[in-house]
Design a protein around this ligand. Structure first.
Ligand code: F3S
Length: 388
């Protein structure tokens, strides 16, 4: 793999041991995946942020590093809201460990936004090369924005943040972004909710594996619906990029010829059966973290109501700060809007036996990560269940 002279010097240790070791990781990744060179990245998004997922060894590794990010780097959700962890009921022992993880990342120059939706906070454009790691964020920027990133592991994304480059292979290359399978959606999708798109992604992800799907016959979904679709496909499959005919930027610009590709048809019945009515003891929305529009819809639905079951709403702190009146309206009902964390990575959610969500990704992850049964419903149904 070709390295520029400055990279060779870094690899020889001229910029310290941490940069040397992290560049070694990037070079090793590049060799494994056949990269011919490194490509500068505009930003990084670093997973491996919750103490629940990285544990003591992850913390020790982070604490051993000594360098700072040279491109904007954002942290993935952690196990608790940094400013409100006592209120959420987080164990102080866990909180202390989580704070140590956050401090380690802060020392490395990683911004503490702690979100899977950094695209709401930092401008990301078509064609930008990135090193992002959270699967829904990767799917969104590749598919909805048209930026270019592989799904990095936490160490790979951190290495890219500190080196400022990533190996140029996979989805960084135009030729690897072509569709690999066509999905015909044989349903009237005009009134489909975000949850329906999440359920579609939950089902489609299992069918397509790691191929790049090209969706046909979807009724012009908005970005929140695309967010739900991609997040779920990345959870049940390994989908880091998808195209929607007439909607997503690469599908519009590249006019892919899908002749000869395997085509599968998904009918509405394959989606509807997922919406089963089972009792739950908590409701959680914001997977991926809520957009301003989603917060607005939740506030509207909760107006004049009081919750009878815990209702958690998750969003990036920057989105919360820009929508304080909306957040206050939600919280007047007794619901809580938390930043930095989510229903999957926070250990607090393990106290519940059944959780209702409006996300296909959460539907996939809550059982294993929280030990709870998961139920999917529309945001309207989530609010109804939480308030009755
Ligand atoms: Fe984000 Fe947590 Fe869902 S990281 S995509 S809210 S599982």
């Amino acid at each position: 793999m070709y390295l520029e002279p400055a990279d060779e010097a870094m690899l020889a240790g001229e910029q310290g041991e941490t940069r040397q070791k992290l560049l070694e990781i990037l070079v090793a990744l590049g060799k494994v995946f056949g990269a011919e060179r490194l490509v500068p990245v505009k930003s990084a998004q670093v997973s491996g942020a919750s103490y629940k997922t990285i544990g003591e060894y992850g913390l020790l590794w982070l604490a051993s590093l000594d360098a700072r990010a040279v491109v904007p780097a954002v942290l993935n959700p952690i196990g608790m809201p940094r400013g409100r962890w006592q209120e959420m009921g987080v164990d102080p022992v866990f909180a202390e460990k989580q704070q140590a993880v956050v401090a380690a990342y802060e020392r490395l120059g990683v911004r503490l936004d702690c979100t899977c939706t950094p695209y709401y906070l930092y401008r990301t454009g078509y064609g930008d090369h990135l090193a992002w790691s959270e699967s829904s964020a990767v799917s969104y920027v590749n598919s909805v924005i048209g930026a270019r990133t592989n799904r990095e592991g936490g160490p790979g994304a951190l290495a890219a943040a500190i080196v400022g480059k990533t190996p140029c292979y996979g989805l960084h290359l135009t030729e690897n972004r072509h569709p690999g399978i066509v999905i015909d959606v044989d349903a009237d999708t005009r009134n489909w909710s975000i949850a329906h798109y999440g359920a579609l992604g939950y089902h489609a992800g299992k069918l397509v594996g790691n191929r790049i799907p090209y969706f046909r016959r979807l009724a012009l979904p908005d970005n929140d619906r695309l967010k739900g679709l991609g997040a779920a496909m990345a959870a049940t499959g390994a989908v880091a990029l998808y195209h929607v005919e007439g909607v997503t930027p690469d599908a519009k610009r590249c006019r892919y010829d899908c002749t000869g590709l395997e085509t599968i048809t998904i009918e509405s019945g394959e989606i509807e059966w997922l919406f089963v009515n089972i009792p739950v003891d908590a409701v959680a929305v914001g997977c991926p973290h809520c957009s301003p529009e989603e917060l607005g819809a939740i506030a509207h639905l909760l107006a004049g109501k009081t919750i009878k079951k815990p209702l958690y709403v998750f969003a990036a702190q920057g989105v919360i700060d820009a929508n304080l009146a909306t957040v206050a309206a939600i919280e007047r009902s007794g619901a809580r809007v938390y930043a930095d964390t989510c229903m999957v990575v926070s250990p607090v959610m393990e106290q519940y036996s059944a959780i209702m969500v409006n996300s296909g990704k959460a539907l996939a992850y809550v059982p294993d990560m929280c030990g709870a049964v998961a139920r999917i419903g529309t945001i309207e149904d989530c609010v109804t269940v939480a308030t009755s």
